[in-house]
Design a protein around this ligand. Structure first.
Ligand code: SUG
Length: 454
């Protein structure tokens, strides 16, 4: 028996990452052109967090269930201590700033805001044991993101605590062969959220025996990692499709599949350069899906890879409208409106095309965009039945009261400017701990941070 099938109350909940108080531009992500371009600029953490909250609130008000995931403890002084820095916190920060500023920047990153990379999730309706399955991503491709999985797994286990409904798997071995970047390279296609789905996993390279790889920038996801996650979650061959990302796209700055494709329900919106073997990918999806696939293909002549990367059109959220009509809304970043070719394609090709997308909503998430994170990076999609939603621990589903408290919390605790030199300020570390302690009380999550666990 499969869990959710035909359960009308199955909904997709978008869990957005709250932007942490140390949000900054450090140029940490090789192959992510926005991060590389904006490294060294001053950031505005308060504005970043408020932009994220405004997106969540707008979607909640439009009838889409919305959740929040807390940020992580940064600066990660424990990571600096593991690397040999010792003394008081102030001494650790001061010495790291002097001797290894790149390490200090890495341990201050607020990168957990991009929760599309937090984990891969399989809804109970697709799992053999009818539970929701989670694997936190190892994020081993970069040091600053490798610091996330432990706390991510702890937070997910705290929120999805009930073992009768939720299953948590070990993070994959943090080694290049199992390089895993989570849901950013995973798309579930189905007639509706409550019906059985086919899982499309997109990988950038094959660790054992692969030949085709990008030349300029690293491929972050391996086939072996995707296969392991599908295996952990109990998915069968009939439920899975593995497709290689086009290496030329990675070399143009498409470091995750969600920078070049987005799927929802039976719709797959993608750029013609998304997959190495486009036809095979579509054919296999069609042969495994129980409902007709609706491919929405954007050709290079409409939008070149560079425009796709700078506008982040494909990093939009594609949402099934809550009215039951099956119509869909595309939530795009403001950068799409500023790019003429992209905006024209949205109007003439997407909205006017023969597909369920009939509305576009523009959201300003510029603070995150400068680090290469658009609307889709900022959320982890979790399909849940009504019973599963009731089993959620903590206060993590957004309503007006929670939105109000989180907004007030940001305004009270966040700085409105953070330049690279500010990261060594011991006061920033103190402020962050005070803020996170208050946040765990607002979200009623219990102790999830290293400083609370002692
Ligand atoms: O991993 N940027 C993130 C952006 C992640 C976007 N997520 C998805 N596409 N799902 C990354 O490249 C930059 C941090 C800095 O440079 O300060 C960064 O980590």
């Amino acid at each position: 028996m499969r869990g959710n099938v035909n359960d009308m109350n199955v909904q997709e909940v978008n869990f957005d990452g709250l932007v942490g108080p140390t949000h900054n531009y450090a140029g940490l992500a090789h192959g992510n052109v926005a991060s590389m371009r904006h490294g060294g600029l001053a950031s505005n953490p308060r504005e970043a967090a408020l932009q994220g909250l405004a997106k969540m609130k707008a979607l909640k008000d439009a009838g889409y269930p919305q959740g929040v995931l807390p940020p992580q403890q940064r600066p990660d002084l424990g990571a600096l201590r593991d690397l040999g820095f010792s003394g008081s916190n102030a001494e650790v920060l001061e010495r790291a700033a002097r001797e290894a500023p790149q390490l200090l920047r890495a341990v201050c990153s607020a990168s957990s805001m991009w929760t599309a990379n937090a984990a891969t999730v399989t809804p109970s309706g697709d799992a053999p044991d009818a539970r929701v399955h989670f694997t936190a991503a190892n994020l081993q491709s970069s040091f600053h993101r490798f610091l996330e999985p432990q706390t991510t797994a702890r937070v997910l286990a705290a929120m999805f605590r009930d073992e009768a409904h939720f299953a948590h798997h070990p993070v994959l071995p943090a080694t290049p062969a199992f390089s895993d970047e989570g849901a950013a390279n995973h798309t579930r296609l189905a007639a509706t959220h409550g019906e059985p789905g086919v899982h499309l996993y997109v990988y950038g390279r094959q660790a054992f025996g692969g030949r085709t790889e990008p030349k300029r920038f690293p491929a972050r996801q391996t086939l072996e990692a995707s296969q392991a996650v599908a295996r952990q979650h109990g998915l069968s061959d009939a439920q899975t499709v593995f497709a290689q990302q086009h290496p030329d796209a990675i070399d143009a700055g498409v470091f995750h599949n969600d920078v070049i494709a987005v799927g929802n329900g039976p719709v797959l919106l993608y750029h013609e350069m998304a997959f190495l073997d486009e036809q095979r990918t579509l054919d296999e999806l069609r042969s495994k899906m129980a409902t007709p696939l609706i491919p929405v293909r954007v050709p290079s002549e409409a939008i070149g890879l560079d425009d796709a990367v700078s506008s982040y059109l494909f990093n939009s959220q594609l949402l099934t409208q809550p009215d039951g009509s099956g119509a869909m809304t595309l939530v795009v970043p403001g950068e799409c409106e500023e790019n003429e070719a992209v905006w024209r394609t949205i109007q003439d090709h997407l909205l006017a095309g023969n597909n369920p997308i009939n509305e576009v909503v523009v959201k300003d998430v510029k603070q995150s965009m400068r680090n290469g994170g658009g609307p889709a990076c900022l959320r982890l999609r979790i399909v849940l039945s009504e019973v599963e939603r009731q089993q959620l621990s903590g206060r993590v589903l957004l309503d007006d009261a929670l939105y109000g408290e989180l907004t007030e919390w940001v305004n009270r605790h966040y700085r409105d400017r953070l330049a690279p030199d500010d990261l060594a300020d011991p006061q920033l570390a103190e402020e962050t701990l005070t803020a996170l302690d208050a946040l765990t009380r607002i979200l009623a999550l219990g102790n999830v941070y290293p400083f609370q666990l002692g």
